[in-house]
Design a protein around this ligand. Structure first.
Ligand SMILES: NC(=O)c1ccc[n+]([C@@H]2O[C@H](COP(=O)([O-])OP(=O)(O)OC[C@H]3O[C@@H](n4cnc5c(N)ncnc54)[C@H](O)[C@@H]3O)[C@@H](O)[C@H]2O)c1
Length: 294
């Protein structure tokens, strides 16, 4: 089945980006969020990005208008009914995702495909909760979805060859660089990247270096575009902690366990860039390291 209408559930950091790139690829997109404020937040972010693209000469004004016109943003699950593909990008919590699929599965047409953008949960647990585990796969985008080239196309034990093919066709239309990943917690990128970020937090706890020194060291010494603590703020500390805890549960290895500092920062509501404070403060012109008092 050819995809012409895409549903995106969740309009946060990832969901708004996925909504935007799908609309830019020419598909009609229905984005579902939990309340009107969240819907407005998602649409506002997309409109800002489109306006910036026009301002910088990367997009014509009428093209930006058509992209915006292809997006329907709503709190109504019912609007997803005739989507050919539904991609979920809601909070990284299996219970919440299963609840959401229960609603979506009962509403969306039988022949549609479902995909999860989870960073760490096993795809099979979501696939098996629906009536169409054969048409369920992982489509793991990276943040920001508008910029990052990679798409991990994840095949779980139930994913049919046809669904996998649809996943690759979708990635191709979006212009992504794709890798075929197996349904192993963390897939390829997070399996390697999450322990690295968590280890940077442990290095900070152990006094190996300050927040800035750790970031500067990895930028200048390993030629990384950003340091691991800046990257953690960018991913979202709540999301990083959830991913770490899921991976720790799965593998029982210390390298995946969230260090105490991360747990405390999340408890304090310091989620990184998206909440204005994490390892850095983001209220001024330049990020300033947070005094964590360790
Ligand atoms: N942050 C990253 O770098 C990153 C990268 C790749 C994948 N992911 C994955 O993408 C997913 C979303 O992460 P995020 O960083 O965008 O989180 P986020 O907290 O920015 O956004 C999650 C959004 O989901 C919404 N939501 C919750 N339940 C919902 C429901 N039933 N229906 C509609 N919306 C609902 C919330 O209101 C929130 O706006 C997670 O599974 C995460 O693991 C995150």
């Amino acid at each position: 089945m050819a995809v012409s209408k895409v549903g995106v559930v969740g309009g946060g950091l990832m969901g708004h980006g996925i909504t935007q790139i799908c609309a830019q690829a020419g598909w009609d997109v229905v984005m579902r969020e939990v309340d009107d404020d969240k819907v407005a937040g998602c649409v506002g972010k997309i409109e800002k990005q489109l306006a910036r693209a026009v301002e910088k000469g990367r997009m014509e004004a009428d093209e930006a208008e058509s992209v915006r016109g292809r997006i329907e943003a709503t709190t109504d699950y019912g609007a997803l009914a005739d989507c050919d593909l539904v991609i979920e990008a809601i909070t990284e919590d299996l219970g919440m995702k299963l609840e959401m699929w229960k609603e979506v599965d009962s509403i969306v047409k039988e022949e549609a495909y479902f995909a999860t953008n989870t960073s760490s949960l096993a795809v099979i647990d979501q696939a098996a909760s629906t009536s169409r585990p054969d048409r369920f796969l992982g489509l793991h985008f990276f943040n920001p979805a508008q910029v990052m080239p990679l798409l991990e196309v994840v095949q779980t034990v139930t994913t049919s060859d046809d669904a996998l093919k649809v996943g690759f066709e979708v990635g191709e239309k979006l212009g992504k660089t794709m890798v075929h990943a197996k349904d192993k917690t963390g897939f390829i990128v997070n399996r390697l990247l999450v322990p690295y970020m968590l280890d940077a937090i442990r290095a900070y706890e152990e006094g190996v270096g300050s927040i800035e020194e750790i970031d500067v060291a990895m930028k200048a010494g390993a030629n990384h575009p950003m340091g691991p603590l800046t990257l953690a703020d960018f991913v979202g500390l709540d999301t990083l902690a959830s991913i770490g805890s899921v991976m720790f549960d799965e593998y029982r290895e210390r390298r995946f366990a969230a260090p105490p500092t991360l747990r405390k920062m999340v408890a304090a509501g310091w989620y990184g860039r998206k909440s204005g404070k994490g390892f850095y403060h983001y209220s001024g012109e330049k990020p300033v390291p947070t005094e964590l008092g360790l």
